[in-house]
Design a binder for this molecule. Structure first.
Ligand code: UPG
Ligand code: MN
Length: 383
């Protein structure tokens, strides 16, 4: 028996090695893409639209600050602004995520033009400001150091605001709930004074709601779960946080300087940003991430309807600002119509430097994928 097993393992090992004989390295030519699709920065680009989907499910396990950084890296991506839309699916239906996204949308007005002006990489502020290398390397503009210092300070304040959101929401909700309770008490006292005996027996009972800043009930999940306001039981929510961009570039005006940063030569437009929390009801399976993607496909189809979709988790981010353009080099090239999807290699941060548990998946991303690509090419050749 063991001999049979050994022979089988040897055979499957050989099968595994065969594709590795012919790994493929592909490179992209961004200037060729530019020449063909957006030769001039002033006229509209011919690149196809891309809808970027991000999913988050639980603001406790997936901190909104991480998701906000993901969103900022997308909004700052180097792609025609009017051809880029970003959709966030929040399966937690959480007001905390919603408000953190509103903060991110506001901070993007500073972060995105700053990235464009100084060619910042990576465009995830947490990672960028955490870099250990010299930030001034390859930077020639005189105002870089001053601009960076200002943006860093704003980012720190943004972080503190996002970290303060849970408390702010709790305090606001407590205040609104207390006010509702008082109102109810007053009503009952008035009813009692008018001689309505039944009311006296009822205990003052007001639903402990979670409140939005504008004084209305949050339609999603409440801190104290109530019917129609639980994680698996709430209405759908869709909020456009940043409007779709115009086709023409808009340059910063001197009169509207943000914190003294000069954006007069920088396009200050931002891509569309949409918050979505799909409807959930007890008894209906929500199908986790796949269900969330399905809801985003439907929402995006009526809003931007991009022919291409880029899918990220809330703990991913775009490391390289031209990544979407690089994908387009394959998708709009000759034969692109035969490509179903492009998988970007994932690189990980925050795992142990020796990678004892192989979390980097280097064998998969740098070995197997290139090898299987090679298998594809040679198969095409033989047919
Ligand atoms: O009900 C759910 C559950 C999860 N998610 C999201 O799905 C993503 C992935 O979920 P996670 O539990 O973090 O899985 P991971 O193992 O970290 O992710 C890997 O494995 C997943 C399942 O194979 C793939 O979908 C991911 O792209 C891949 O990065 C996250 O953004 C979640 O927020 C939802 O949107 N709704
Ligand atoms: Mn994950």
């Amino acid at each position: 028996m063991s001999v049979v097993c050994e022979i089988w393992f040897a055979f499957s090992w050989i099968l595994d090695q065969l594709p590795k004989l012919h790994p493929i390295n592909r490179s992209t030519d961004l200037s060729a893409l530019r020449d063909q699709f957006d030769p001039s920065p002033t006229s509209p680009s011919d690149l196809p639209s891309v809808d970027v989907f991000v999913s988050t499910a639980d603001p406790d396990k997936e901190p909104p600050l991480v998701t906000a950084n993901t969103i900022l890296s997308i909004l700052a991506a180097d792609y025609p602004v009017d051809k880029l839309s970003c959709y966030l699916s929040d399966d937690g239906g959480s007001l905390l995520t919603f408000e953190a996204m509103a903060e991110a949308a506001a901070f993007a007005a500073l972060w995105v033009p700053f990235c464009r002006k100084h060619d910042i990489e990576p465009r995830n502020p947490e990672s960028y400001f955490g870099l250990r290398r010299d930030p001034t390397k390859n930077k020639r503009r005189q105002d870089f150091v001053r601009d960076r210092r200002r943006v860093k300070r704003e980012y720190d304040e943004f972080k503190v605001r996002v970290n303060g959101l849970p408390d702010a929401i709790r305090r606001r909700s407590d205040a609104f709930n207390a006010r509702e309770e008082m109102k109810q008490m007053r009503r009952m006292k008035e009813a009692a004074a008018a001689g309505d005996q039944d009311v006296m027996i009822e205990v003052v009972k007001v639903k402990k709601a979670t409140w939005m800043a504008d004084g209305t009930h949050w339609p999603g999940t409440w801190a104290l779960t109530a019917p129609e306001h639980g994680k698996g039981d709430h209405a759908s929510i869709l909020q456009v946080m940043l409007k779709p961009a115009m086709a023409e570039a808009i340059y910063g005006r001197e009169s509207e300087q943000q914190l003294g940063i000069d954006f007069t030569e920088v396009d200050v437009r931002l891509p569309m940003l949409v918050y979505v929390s799909r409807e959930k009801r007890p008894g209906y399976d929500h199908n986790k991430k796949a269900g969330a993607m399905n809801a985003l496909v439907r929402a995006s189809a009526v809003m931007s309807n991009g022919p291409f979709i880029l899918n990220l988790d809330c703990d991913h981010y775009i490391y390289n600002a031209v990544a979407i353009r690089e994908a387009m080099c394959f998708l709009v090239d000759h034969g692109g119509e035969d490509i179903c999807f492009i998988q970007f290699p994932q690189r990980f941060e925050g795992i142990d430097p020796n990678d004892r548990y192989a979390n980097n998946n280097t064998v998969f991303f740098d070995g197997n994928m290139r090898a299987l690509d090679g298998l594809q090419v040679s198969r095409k050749k033989t047919y």
